[in-house]
Design a protein around this ligand. Sequence first.
Ligand code: ADP
Ligand code: MG
Length: 442
Amino acid sequence: MDSLNQPDLFKATLWLIALVFFIFFLFIYGFRKIRQGVKDAFNPDGAMESGKVTESDSDMAFVFNTFQNTLKDISDRKHELIRMHRDAEERIRQVERYNQCILESMVSGVITFDREGDLTSMNLAAAEILGWTKDVSPVGKSFEDVLDGSDHMKEILNKVLEENRKILREETTFTMQNGDRRWLGVNASPLKGDDGEMIGTTIVFTDLTEVKELQRQVELKNRLADLGKMSAGIAHEFRNSLGAILGYARLAERQAVDNGILRDSVEGIMTEVKNFDAMLTDFLNFARPVELNREACSLSDLVKESLDVLSEETGKRGAKVETIFENAFPVFADHIQMRQALTNLIKNALEAVGDQGEIRIQGKRIAGRSELWIHDNGCGISMENHKKIFEPFFTTKREGTGLGLAITQKTILSHQGSLTIRSEQGEGTLVIVSLPIHNAPV
Ligand code: ADP
Ligand code: MG
């Protein structure tokens, strides 16, 4: 019993039951004695005949047997109680295992600290979010080490420990050891024991990084949309003024037939005005919501048309352009917008290559999609610039508008396509346009 650590109450109960039974049988024994005495008093002859001495012995045996049976009964009950105790312990272990499973399958991180601020437990999600690998156990480490990536979280924990109160719905950032930053939504509360005393703290947190990124993108999109609307209005005004400037410049050109210097200046004005107008056209294309007028067309034809548009520039740069199309690569697209998008991409390739420029444009069929691979051996794009090339107005060119890729991406996305650019600085660039295949005849 000691080894099983039965409670004192249990022992006392057993002894009490034994005592009660013992007294009970003593009472029966006494009662039977008295009854026999009374019988003998009324029938003294019969007493001898019925054998008084034998009956007394059997009474003793009865009491003894009953006492033995009682002890056996008690012993049986003891074993029964031990079995019940084991069952109860097993049930507790099952509940503990169940709770552990719940904790481990939670998507939120849960960590607990004791009163001194040392870590007592950390679930799987918490380890993943905070960047702890399986081979290093953080249990026992101080909160200063565990929450090293976030001063705000340390502050929250300190407050909970000092003020014994909950701190809910806090948002904070956590910088991991590899430098990555995560946004966390944090709830912290005191951990209380059976008697209501604070025995530590619990912190529950959720990774909000993706949500924050989406929020940022939505905000950026909204800002750009507002900016787009506003600047589209201004752009229209500019175009009107440009039209007037161009008109006056043409008049001046006519007057300057005999004045070479003036003619050059007027031509300069007209070229600049035309460039500016082209930029405004690009900008208005970008700012305008996409409206598609789709029809069955082929990527190979679109590329041919784009190359025609760019033939003058290709000739000027002396670039070698090779096209490889095994079939027409049918797509369902807005002919004009898609041709413009491809023209932008090929123009970028032309502008990137030097004297020995080589551009290879290849049609491919990959995983049920028509793809266009535009490869150039030009200057390539640095890692730093690569992050920004789709941003409107980002350009590395003196006369660039920085709108070509932004418009192209918008057009391709609106066709359920994707635009991927792989590049290495100094090594050239590969641009991949992927579009759903269209099976209707072109
Ligand atoms: P722009 O051509 O007016 O500069 P884009 O949006 O077309 O604007 O391109 C943005 C930037 O992306 C370019 O300024 C250039 O730095 C880079 N870029 C795009 N395509 C290429 C390419 N094929 N090779 C090298 N750099 C490129
Ligand atoms: Mg461009």
